[in-house]
Ligand binder design. Structure first.
Ligand code: G1P
Length: 271
């Protein structure tokens, strides 16, 4: 059973400047709601009971957003407003399930994951990257089904245009399991077009084994001097740990760049 999810939120959001100069990108509104709420709803609907947020001191406003229930309480006590009462209930529900840990230096996704080491209880956990919204179908839920069936690690996957390959982690396919799932035998963080083993990219949903922590403890910085989760996954694959790439069927929205954020907000409004 996958009951815990982790969400790295300590990134600086430089691709979204100037919006992120004083504001956390994950709180930016997407059709009237902060982007992070879509991610939390995906977790809740997938049966997740606890979510660990990895933030930094600079991103403390994310904690403030979920710990501001007293502010709602005061307003509700003064005037009856059904919409605000519902928002208050929603915030309380989120607050109850979120735990906060800190990554004050932006050393990469692998380093962020390591910060959650002592809180992970079960053999496997879910990780969601908040820049990647997947709507219409719950990607985490379908990945958990795949995990339960094959007892393996799972990553979300999507075919990407060859010219964008060096922006993603790219899979090498071992064999097809069925129409949506592939066994993989390698994954490379942001390869050049020439070195890319396929056009199947890692999208930000991962079901990872607890043993990834021991790999991360020894992990050397990779591309761009950062500690990448992709590199730790690659080491696990080399030691014959089973990883499945799951071609999800929901609608993918890239909210991490300015162009992507603007387009995503428009797309969500249409849904
Ligand atoms: C991260 C991962 C990359 C993955 C991507 C999906 O990259 O390192 O492997 O393909 O998310 O969005 P980032 O977006 O942080 O550069």
């Amino acid at each position: 059973m996958i009951k815990q999810a982790i969400i790295p939120l300590a990134g600086l959001g430089t691709r979204l400047l100037p919006l992120t100069s004083v504001f956390a990108k994950e709180l930016l509104p997407m059709n009237g709601r902060p982007g992070i709420e879509y991610i939390l709803d995906e977790c809740i609907d997938a049966g997740i009971k606890e979510v660990i947020f990895i933030i930094s001191k600079k991103k403390i406003m994310i904690k403030n957003y979920f710990y501001n229930d007293n502010f709602y309480k005061k307003i509700i006590s003064k005037k009856k407003d059904l919409r605000i009462s519902n928002e208050y209930k929603k915030i309380l529900k989120y607050k109850k399930m979120i735990k906060f840990v800190y990554q004050n230096k932006p050393l990469g996704t692998g380093d962020a994951v390591l910060k959650t080491k002592k809180y992970i209880k079960d053999k496997y956990f879910l990780m969601l990257l908040p820049d990647d919204l997947i709507l219409k179908e719950n990607c985490s839920k379908s990945m958990i089904k795949v995990h339960n069936k094959f007892k393996s690690s799972v990553m979300a996957s999507m075919n990407v245009e060859r010219k964008t390959i060096s922006r993603w982690g790219i899979f090498k396919i071992d064999k097809k399991i069925d129409n949506k799932n592939y066994l993989i035998n390698d994954v490379i963080e942001k390869p050049s077009i020439k070195n890319a083993p396929s056009n199947k990219a890692v999208i930000g949903r991962y079901i990872l084994p607890k043993k990834i922590f021991s790999k991360l403890l020894k992990q050397k910085p990779g591309r761009g001097g950062e500690i990448h989760i992709t590199d730790a996954i690659q080491s696990l694959i080399k030691e014959n740990n089973k990883f499945i790439a799951h071609n999800f069927s929901g609608k993918y929205l890239d909210c991490g760049s300015m162009k992507g954020y603007i387009k995503s907000s428009e797309e969500i409004a249409k849904l």
